[in-house]
Design a protein around this ligand. Sequence first.
Ligand SMILES: [Zn+2]
Length: 280
Amino acid sequence: MARVLLFSDLVGKIVAVLLWSFTSRDALGFVLFFGPDLFVLYHLFVPSGQWLCPAITEFEPKGKEVWLTIDDGPDAEDTPRILDLLDEHGARATFFVVGERVARWPHLIGEIVRRGHEVAHHTHTHPAGSFWCASRARLARELDDTLAVLRTAGARPRRFRPPVGIKNFFLATALEKRGLECVGWTVRSGDWLAKRAEDVVENVMTRVRPGAIVLMHEGANLPRAVRVRAISLVLRSLTDRGFRCVIPAFTQTPAVVREDGRTKLEPTTLPIGNSASIVR
Ligand SMILES: [Zn+2]
């Protein structure tokens, strides 16, 4: 699909140049020259854009189920506390971990898996600003370096989330080659920017619904007032409202693109004590 997008972009530019050279239809030329660029940029930079790399943005729930995802770990301080909170609420979560951080605290990976959660891939260096333009070689390093440290730590991820949800022209092919499925989100908690944990709870609880993927973070880059406490309060609110935090099952063909252009994961199950990420 990336090739189709880029080819259309190129054709638009050629037609625009021909129009400018041989006709006076300048306005149409501008539309054809820049219009496809906007389309490409949308699917590159807007996390819900599906054309460059399909990403799961919701799942088929069995009742009041949500999928809690926690990015940017592991963290020596936060991860153990979050694991305790998840235990308290009988909740399951997916941890999208950064390879460099896994190399610092590999024992946390085993602990996440042992406690029944899923370990997933979130690049090696978290290059949020340059991921979109990474070359094939650099993209391969970002993926393979983390796969290697996770293998050493005892886990094999099946899911991937790009930094800040930004795609890359070569991402879809690279993920497919490595058996990784791309996961976006339904509800962005806003914990990165929030001043108070209560604001994060409001962000989540006003938009959460069965089948939603909730995006949260851990680690020292979060505001001090929000760190871990936001996850604690969100878990409490979800429990109070009767939601269960589950990990949807893996599928052979995870990205089912629906007619409305969104991608949905189906079917799903609730694998208690999920061990899909353990190397056996
Ligand atoms: Zn991240």
